[in-house]
Each structure stands twice: as C-alpha cells, then as structure tokens.
Design a protein around this ligand. Structure first.
Ligand SMILES: Cc1cc2nc3c(=O)[nH]c(=O)nc-3n(C[C@H](O)[C@H](O)[C@H](O)COP(=O)(O)OP(=O)(O)OC[C@H]3O[C@@H](n4cnc5c(N)ncnc54)[C@H](O)[C@@H]3O)c2cc1C
Length: 372
C-alpha cells in the first residue's frame, strides 16, 4: 500500500516525486517509468530554456507556475551545482507591427510583476548583440539555460535519498476504486503484471497522459494534438551570441528562435508542425531547412555564412490544434469520474521545464491539503 504513486519520470514526475518525498517523510511513494531510463521523453528534447514567464495571460497556470518555477529552479540549480547560466533573452521586432506586439507583451509581463524587463532601441540591442538586426527589442534578464539531464539526475537521486521508490521499465495499465484507495495494475518486462494500492496518484505521463487516463476509463479526457518542434544546429560558429534571441511569438508557439547551449553552440528552433497521428515518432523531419533559415534570417542575416544541419526533434502534447486558440495546462483531479485522489497533468508543453519545481507545491496546495 502506497500513499502516492506517480506515473512518468520526466521533469514533471521527478520534481513532483522529489517534492513530496522530502516534505512528507513518512509517506510511501512510488515513481514508475515505462522506459529503462528516466527523462527520455519530452524532457530530453527541448530548448533547455528557463523562461521568465513573459507571455501567457496573468491568471493562467502557465504564467503562475512559470514565475514560481523560475525562482525555485534557479535556487535549486545553485544549491546543487547543476550547470546553468542566466543568459538573458532579447525578443526582437523587425517592423512596426511587431513593435506594437512587443509593447503589448511588455505591458502584459509588467502587469504580472515579471522582473528584469526593458524595452530597448535598435542601438541598445546592437550593443548587446552586434549581429542582430532589428527595429527595437525587449530584454529579459531572468531567462537562462540549464543542463536538463543533470537536473533530472539530481532530482532522482534526492528523491531516492528521501526514501522514494523508483521502478523503471514499469508501465501503468489500469486502475479501479476500492473504498478510499485505488488498486493499480502495473506491467513490467521482468515481472509481468502486478497489483499495488495507493491513496493518491499523479499522472505525469507527458505525451501519454491522456491515453493513460483513457485506459483508466475516464470519460472527460481532453483531446491532445501532437506537435513536432524541429531543431537545426549551426556549424562553424560558437559563442557568437551571449543571449537567447527570440522573434515575436505567434498564437501557437514562441517562434523559431536562436538558442545557445552551455558550450556556446547555436541551435535554431523549434518550429511547430502538427502531426497527422498522435504517434511518438522522432524519425521523420517534417520541416525544410530552407524555410527554417528564412525565418531566422530576418533578425540574423549572417546565418547565410554558416552550414546548418538537422539536430533533433521534440514533440509537444498540445491541447489545441492550429485552428484553435492557445490553451492553458490542465492539472485537475478526476472526481467527475469518481477518482478525487487521482491528479492528471495534461498538456504539459512549454514552459513545463521551467514550471516543473512548482508542480508539486501546486498539487499539494490545491488537491491534497484538504483531504489529508
Ligand atoms: C520542442 C520543445 C521545446 C521545449 N522547450 C522548452 C523550454 O525551452 N523551456 C521550458 O520550460 N519548457 C520547454 N518545453 C516543455 C518541456 O520540455 C515539457 O513541458 C516537459 O519536459 C514535460 O515533462 P513531462 O515530465 O511532463 O513529460 P515527459 O518528459 O515526456 O515525461 C513523461 C514520462 O512518462 C513516461 N510514461 C508515459 N506513459 C507511461 C506509462 N503508461 N507508464 C509509465 N510511464 C509512462 C514516459 O516514458 C516519460 O518518461 C519544450 C517542449 C518541446 C516539445
């Protein structure tokens, strides 16, 4: 009998497991992961950017948890010596329309008390990044980059150190209610099917979060739309930017940006291409290099001097397709389907990495504190 079972060892499951194991020392907690290694899903295929919480509407979870997560994450990375860098970021406008959009983004962010923002003239941007061409820009000092792999390794080892149980190669199969506990069926390659019981359960299954809930028999599961983000690497250039450079976002994603990693290498992307099927397939590039370069060229004309090669693909579990308005994360209990102690995390796309350390405290405050 466990107090809490968590499905999925990506950043959401790992940070949540580690929060509860350290806060409730007497709880028996089990984290399960279907793969042989933690963090090989969405969490290992992203930009590794620590966002400042600039874009989303004030009341959205994406906004609140990103702001809270940003602070918690920097403190955690400092405390455990995990490689990271507060690089700062510049959003650039190339024309009047984009300038108006940036000013709107700026006032929205200021109204949410996002720290470290400054509107900049073309010359001010050039002083920071001589290769960037723009009409004006917005600077954010609280944006940065981290080693996600190291972050996840440290979370897992802290969790285990606090007495948490971890089972890789173990998949959630089904659940049924029995009094005030849930009986959960798991499947592992080694042991086949097994049954456990738990009081609480958190579904942090990333791309599979909705199918896990469907397997549980829930009837109100939101639709998910897989959306590929392709990356390209720029060869033969290193340390030519010291900030992250972003265009003005559109309604579905932040725009093809220039990211630097901790070694100073430059990556372009991701773009956003909806997939026809919700299949976790990373093999096929659905984007053309040329159109990709074209979208960056507006603010980085020197891109033409370099060789650009395919790098990697990530997939977002979006809760909206490209003809719908953007939607917030959904983190909710499944009381409507008779499971008040089952918490589902749906649509954990960007800024989920930044928000990850805020998920555990949020779930504790919203769902667990009244029932204990
Ligand atoms: C292209 C791209 C760029 C991004 N860039 C950024 C960024 O720069 N900054 C930022 O803050 N966020 C970013 N994000 C978002 C961020 O990466 C995600 O929000 C975060 O990694 C989601 O983590 P997760 O733990 O919810 O999912 P995952 O990492 O996918 O973890 C879910 C885990 O559940 C496991 N699982 C699935 N089904 C089962 C089952 N039945 N039983 C057991 N285990 C199961 C999976 O194997 C997986 O390991 C980006 C995302 C993408 C796709």
């Amino acid at each position: 009998m466990f107090d809490l079972v968590i499905i999925g060892a990506g950043v959401s499951g790992l940070s949540t497991a580690s929060y509860f194991a350290s806060k409730y020392k007497k709880w028996q907690i089990l984290l399960i992961e279907k793969s042989s290694h933690h963090g090989r899903g969405i969490s290992s295929r992203n930009s590794e950017v620590i966002h400042a919480g600039i874009y989303y509407p004030k009341k959205w979870l994406k906004s609140r948890l990103c702001l809270e997560g940003n602070n918690l994450l920097y403190s955690f990375l400092e405390k455990y010596g995990i490689p990271h860098k507060k690089t700062g970021k510049i959003i650039v406008a190339g024309n009047d329309q984009q300038e108006t959009a940036i000013k709107k983004i700026y006032s929205n962010a200021v109204s949410k008390n996002v720290n470290g923002l400054e509107l900049m003239t073309q010359n001010q941007v050039r002083m920071l990044e001589p290769d960037v061409k723009c009409k004006m820009g917005m600077y954010s000092s609280e944006s940065g980059i981290l080693s996600t792999e190291r972050y996840m390794d440290v979370l897992l080892s802290i969790y285990k150190g606090d007495g948490g149980y971890y089972l890789p190669e173990t998949e959630f199969k089904s659940v049924n209610n029995s009094g005030n506990k849930m009986n959960v069926t798991l499947h592992s390659g080694q042991d086949g099917e097994s049954q456990i019981a738990t009081k609480y359960l958190i579904n942090a299954g990333g791309l599979n979060a909705t199918s896990i809930s469907e397997n549980a028999g829930f009837t109100q599961v939101p639709n998910v739309y897989y959306c590929k983000g392709h990356y390209f690497k720029v060869h033969g250039v290193r340390n030519s930017f010291s900030h992250l450079i972003y265009p003005v976002p559109d309604k579905t994603y932040l725009g093809t940006h220039v990211t630097i990693d901790l070694q100073g290498e430059i990556k372009l992307g991701p773009d956003a291409v909806y997939m026809e099927n919700n299949i976790e397939d990373y093999s096929e590039y659905l984007s053309e290099k040329s159109s990709f370069i074209e979208s960056v060229k507006g603010f980085w004309p020197k891109i033409d001097n370099y060789e650009v090669v395919e790098d990697m693909i990530g997939i977002r579990p979006k809760l909206y397709s490209n003809d719908m308005n953007a939607k917030d994360f959904i983190i909710r209990d499944e009381a409507e389907d008779g499971y008040p102690n089952w918490i589902s995390m749906y649509g954990i796309e960007s800024p989920g990495l930044t928000a990850s350390m805020a998920f555990g405290p949020y779930i504790d405050r919203e769902f667990f504190s009244n029932t204990r």
